[in-house]
Design a protein. Structure first.
Length: 163
């Protein structure tokens, strides 16, 4: 059975598709693509059906990541099939935990930057939507830094399943 992860931000056009693309590349490079399923969603449905923000796509492309993305809204019923739900900021964390049908489901929700061993106390990935391109670059750096710790956690969970 695949290990399933969903990255969640507000509208699912900037941060969460970026995190999904970065982590998918890390999983593929680690040879775990057959064992891990990765997707993303938004806490709201404002952009459902839209592609990722062009600035997200541009930054990802320039750094060697691809993305084929269609925005969608996170549904509480998804908790049953997911192993981890990765929130991009504390607002998403709180919203997702409120949506969780059970306490066990609520424990599946984690902040992305909590996986970055050198992150400061502010674990939010800032929303770049209303800013310039620099904000998208900053988000990518944060996601790349957190992906190392997240990949280690996923490996541990996969090894735990095999035992």
């Amino acid at each position: 059975m695949a290990y399933r992860i969903c990255f969640v931000c507000t509208g699912n056009i900037c941060r969460s598709p970026m995190a999904e693309s970065v982590f998918r590349a890390r999983v593929e490079a680690a040879g775990l693509a057959d064992l891990v399923e990765i997707d993303s969603a938004g806490t709201g449905g404002w952009h459902e059906g839209d592609a990722a923000d062009p600035r997200t796509v541009s930054v990802l492309d320039e750094h060697g990541y691809g993305t084929e993305h269609v925005a969608r809204q996170f549904q509480p019923s998804w908790f049953a099939r997911l192993d981890l739900v990765i929130a991009l900021d504390t607002g998403h964390l709180k919203a997702l935990r409120r949506l969780a049908p059970t306490e066990e489901d609520a424990r599946k929700v984690r902040l992305l930057r909590a996986f970055d061993s050198v992150a400061d106390d502010d674990l939010d990935v800032p929303d770049p939507y209303y800013g310039g391109r620099d904000g998208f670059e900053e988000c990518l750096e944060m996601m790349e830094a957190a992906s190392t710790g997240l990949l280690a956690t996923v490996r541990e969970h996969l090894e735990g399943r095999a035992a």
